[in-house]
Ligand binder design. Structure first.
Ligand SMILES: Nc1ncnc2c1ncn2[C@@H]1O[C@H](COP(=O)(O)OP(=O)(O)OP(=O)(O)O)[C@@H](O)[C@H]1O
Length: 622
């Protein structure tokens, strides 16, 4: 799903009633506008029967009247649910007066499957998607929070059965990287729609039982059902994973205190509800006002718990439930005012991506192990040591140079194998002019022959292609002549003079083509053979270098017995300077070279030149 950057999606849902106030509520055919007319008693008028008519127009994302639960879910919630599976936080929140249909919308009617609400449909969709999206491994957790009179209640708490459940142990917390969460609220891992629905029913049941036990009205609380989703790629073994929260919120009904005539417990409940809804409204006003940099989220448990679920990086949808009877017109009006304010809240949904440090460590270990395995495989396959490290600047420059020359045509092939590891680069140069000089010379010669043969091959190919083009052209001309004469009705077209010349030319061209083609075949075979020789030489050069390098640099110190005077062994210089950097070897050799004899560790060495190259040296020890 694409992030819907913009404003909060605000929808109006009208509860069906036989007494719909047609004269006061008008839903326009655009499906987005609802007009409300309200007759108020005129205070100024002495005649109490006289009343003033005021009208308001509200334009929202959608006004839904007489829509089924299925259609409502599809139009309003599906995108938010799918977004949550892609890593976007989502909130669907129902607001409205008591009895306007919030619970019906969020949970649905228990009477029929068809009338199930947003939560069961969202759970079904989540698990259907989890099945479909096989390239990701999903973990789904559920939590169910109730806020009653500023007290947090865990509707799925495993400790609910305890005789002293402690509702005060839960606290709304905020942590960088984790956002807002409720410390102490239980999270339940679910693997299927069925498991998830069982938890939903359990939570509903706990809500009813709790309200009976504590003598309170179950619909006088706010409820937040949250689906926590975590997903990791099964195909990419990266340490990234995404998380999201899908909050499905059933707010307590808003109502006027005076209207209900509540007292006692009911009055207390109504005061708490109105307070928290008014704080919600204040938070929304602050969110909608871009000049404000402080939003008073902490004024109530509800706003604090919903801090990162109202606008911001969240896909937020508000459902304003209204009851379209004339007696409820004031509540309808206030619900729609709240809804239109919510429309001004901006959202900028973003995927919640995280890095897993434990996974990074595991990947580092895997890389190390794989490198070791690879190195063993290379050794067993007698392959020269291959570097899997990123290339040095010098190597990159060399590759660029080779590519450039290849494109210009002065280089026949780009040779990756000739780029040894940075540590061994200098050693390789020494080896090529020293012990490996013979095979290196052969390689160079073979390469030169290969280059020359390839150039010839290219020349011949061009020639053969040119002859072929000429043949095609001559054939086409002869054909054109034939057709022209046939159209003109000229007798015996084959014997025309111009054609005889063309046919002769065609015969000559074909003969040349055959001859050149045969030569081309021979040259191709030669190129293949030379290529084979070059490859062989290259492998030999590199494997000999590897052996030399191992002997020279990697032989353990204790194996170096230079005290036996009798043995006459030829050792290359780096062997003596075991594990010494090649620069210091070159420097030391220069010193030895100056004196033509050297004493090191009490042993005598004699410097020998191989060929005429001063940089090629062997030490003879006695
Ligand atoms: N769209 C609808 N279609 C059919 N019946 C509905 C619809 N909306 C609400 N009702 C019915 O209206 C009654 C009141 O709805 P509901 O309990 O959902 O209201 P509420 O806003 O949650 O109230 P409260 O704030 O008291 O919890 C229920 O019997 C419900 O089945």
């Amino acid at each position: 799903m694409k992030a819907h950057s913009g404003e909060v999606g605000v929808f109006v849902r009208i509860r069906p009633t036989a007494n719909f106030a047609d004269d006061l509520i008008e839903c326009l055919p655009d499906g987005q506008t609802v007009n409300i007319c309200h007759k108020r008693d005129s205070r100024k008028s002495h005649d109490s029967k006289k009343s003033q008519l005021s009208c308001w127009s509200f334009r929202l994302e959608g006004v839904l009247q007489d829509v089924s639960q299925e259609e409502f879910y599809a139009r309003v919630c599906r995108r938010v649910v799918l977004g949550a599976l892609d890593g976007y936080n989502g909130t669907v929140m129902c607001f409205g007066q008591t009895g306007a249909g919030k619970t019906y919308t969020i949970t649905g009617s228990t009477e029929s499957y068809k009338q199930r609400g947003i939560i069961p449909r969202a759970l079904q969709e989540v698990f259907q998607e989890v099945e479909k999206r096989t390239e990701h491994a999903f973990s789904v957790y559920l939590s169910y929070l109730e806020i009653y009179n500023e007290t947090l209640v865990d509707l799925l708490s495993p400790r609910r059965c305890s005789p002293h459940p402690s509702p005060h142990s839960m606290v709304v917390m905020e942590e960088p990287g984790r956002g807002v969460f409720i410390r102490g609220l239980s999270l339940h891992l679910v693997h299927s729609e069925e498991e998830a629905l069982n938890l939903l029913f359990e939570g509903e049941m706990n809500r009813i039982i709790g309200s009976h036990a504590l003598n309170r009205n179950s619909s006088r609380s706010h409820c937040i059902f949250t689906v926590h989703i975590e997903s990791r790629s099964r195909t990419l073994s990266d340490a990234k994973y995404i998380t999201s929260k899908l909050n499905l919120v059933d707010l307590a009904g808003s109502e006027r205190l005076g209207k209900t005539g509540s007292e006692g417990q009911m009055l207390k409940e109504a005061v708490y509800i109105n307070k928290s809804l008014s704080f919600l409204e204040q938070a929304i006003l602050a969110l909608a006002d871009r000049r404000r940099d402080h939003v008073p989220f902490r004024q109530s448990k509800l706003t604090h718990a919903l801090k990162d679920s109202l606008g911001g990086n969240c896909n937020t949808v508000l459902v304003a439930n209204i009851y379209g009877e004339a007696a409820q017109i004031e509540e309808t009006l206030s619900t729609l005012r709240f809804a239109s304010r919510m429309r001004c809240v901006r959202t900028d949904p973003a995927v919640n991506e995280h890095m897993d440090p434990a996974h990074i460590k595991k990947l580092q270990k895997d890389i190390q192990r794989l490198k070791e395995e690879l190195s063993i495989c290379n050794k067993l396959a007698n392959r020269p040591s291959i570097s899997y490290e990123s290339l040095s600047e010098a190597q990159l420059a060399e590759i660029n140079n080779q590519v450039q020359r290849y494109l210009e045509g002065s280089l026949e092939e780009i040779s990756e194998q000739e780029l040894p590891e940075p540590d061994t680069e200098k050693a390789f140069e020494v080896f090529k002019v020293g012990q490996g000089s013979k095979i290196n010379c052969i390689l160079k010669e073979n390469k030169a022959v290969l280059l020359e043969r390839r150039t010839l091959l290219r020349k011949l190919t061009d020639e053969v292609n040119a002859v072929k083009r000429e043949i095609d052209c001559t054939t086409a001309t002869i054909q054109q002549h034939k057709e022209l004469r046939r159209d003109q009705g000229t007798p015996n077209p084959q014997l025309q003079e111009p054609d005889a010349t063309l046919l002769k030319k065609l015969r000559e061209l074909k003969a040349r083509y055959r001859q050149r083609y045969d030569v081309l075949g021979d040259i191709k075979a030669e190129v293949n053979y030379c290529q084979h020789l070059v490859d062989q030489c290259r492998v030999r050069l590199l494997s000999e270098f590897e052996n030399w390098y191992k002997k020279s640099f990697l032989v353990p110190e204790e194996e170096l017995d230079v005290t036996t005077e009798k043995t006459l062994t030829e050792v290359s210089v780096p062997h003596i300077y075991n594990s010494t950097n090649i620069d210091s070897v070159s420097f030391s050799i220069k010193q030895i070279f100056d004196s033509h004899s050297a004493a090191s560790n009490g042993n005598h060495f004699c410097l020998t030149f191989v060929g005429n190259v001063a940089t090629t040296f062997l030490l003879r020890r006695y």
